[in-house]
Design a protein around this ligand. Structure first.
Ligand SMILES: NC(=O)c1ccc[n+]([C@@H]2O[C@H](COP(=O)([O-])OP(=O)(O)OC[C@H]3O[C@@H](n4cnc5c(N)ncnc54)[C@H](O)[C@@H]3O)[C@@H](O)[C@H]2O)c1
Length: 276
């Protein structure tokens, strides 16, 4: 459900996943003229749905395989987007993995630590680096906002889908918690280095989202739905479209002043404990 209008070109990385799929569909509905759907495993279903929902008559969509841990693979993905569409206006990094097993700190496997950080932290670094380079070489854009007149929106917007685990620790997930805290560093470091070129980099930090990753968490921790029912005022996981809407806002002309920011989607969980 698109609440803001976009008319540029997007890359959605992790587009086959629960959140990435919804970001692609939402951006298509919002009017983008092109999307590159990138993932380790591509999905014909996501590409078809994205085309079906696109509101821009000139819409084009392309799928490509990318491994975000691999420099050449990431650079090739960005090259493909620029060759196909001429520029990149929005990039949403919606890929990621959880830990192999939930174990206390002292039992954490160094191999799993490296694996999770390679995808969840180095991945956003490599994609932001490559997309940032492409954005630096393109002209800034001005959009027509109707009654509000024309507005400069800069060279582009990058959104990292991080996690509430970037802000607080959760037990038994050292690699995941560390990887997501580090995404805050990637986001802020990119925002400060790119800001003079009018390229914005922000992150969204949701708690549990109803996706395959959450289903897997429920399988490992069967009391999860009951816990959510107790601690969350909405008594359910966040829906992927609610995360996609936050990404859409951060890429929209309405967010040109938002940079290096963390948009927390936590139903108030992290504000403080409920008493009584
Ligand atoms: N689902 C949740 O409860 C939740 C909560 C907070 C944050 N997040 C974060 O949201 C993001 C998306 O998660 P999701 O719930 O949609 O998960 P998901 O498992 O549905 O999708 C993740 C996607 O990432 C892709 N991916 C994994 N490794 C990759 C690689 N090396 N290169 C390219 N793509 C790769 C997978 O193929 C998959 O399509 C993740 O960063 C996750 O940490 C999820």
């Amino acid at each position: 459900m698109a609440q803001f209008k976009l008319d540029g070109v997007a890359i959605v990385v992790g587009a086959t996943g629960g959140i990435g799929r919804e970001v692609a569909l939402t951006f298509a509905e919002a009017g983008v003229k092109g999307i590159l759907l990138a993932d380790l495993v591509t999905s014909a279903e996501v590409a078809e749905q994205t085309k079906f929902l696109a509101s821009n008559p000139a819409f084009k969509c392309l799928s490509t395989r990318v491994d975000v841990t691999d420099v050449a693979s990431v650079d090739d993905m960005v090259k493909l987007a620029v060759e196909t569409f001429g520029r990149i206006d929005y990039c949403v990094n919606a890929f990621g993995v959880d830990v192999a097993e939930y174990v206390p700190f002292q039992q954490t496997s160094p191999e799993d630590y490296d694996r999770v950080l390679a995808i969840n932290t180095k991945g956003p670094f490599l994609v932001t680096r490559a997309v940032g380079r492409a954005m630096l070489s393109q002209k800034p854009v001005q959009v027509d906002l109707g009654r509000l007149g024309h507005r400069d929106v800069g060279r582009g917007s990058i959104v990292n889908v991080s996690s509430a685990a970037a802000l607080v620790a959760v037990p038994g997930k050292v690699p995941y918690v560390t990887s997501k805290h580090a995404v805050t560093g990637v986001t802020k470091a990119a925002a400060i280095d790119f800001k003079s070129a009018c390229i914005r980099v922000n992150q969204v930090c949701p708690t549990w989202v109803r996706t395959p990753m959450f289903e897997e968490e429920c399988r490992r921790v069967p009391q999860m739905p009951e816990l959510l029912n107790k601690i969350s005022p909405i008594k359910r996981p966040i829906e992927p479209d609610e995360v996609a809407a936050a990404c859409l806002y951060l890429c929209s002309p309405s967010a040109v002043s938002v940079n290096g920011h963390t948009l927390t989607l936590d139903t108030g969980l992290l504000v403080g404990p409920t008493i009584g």
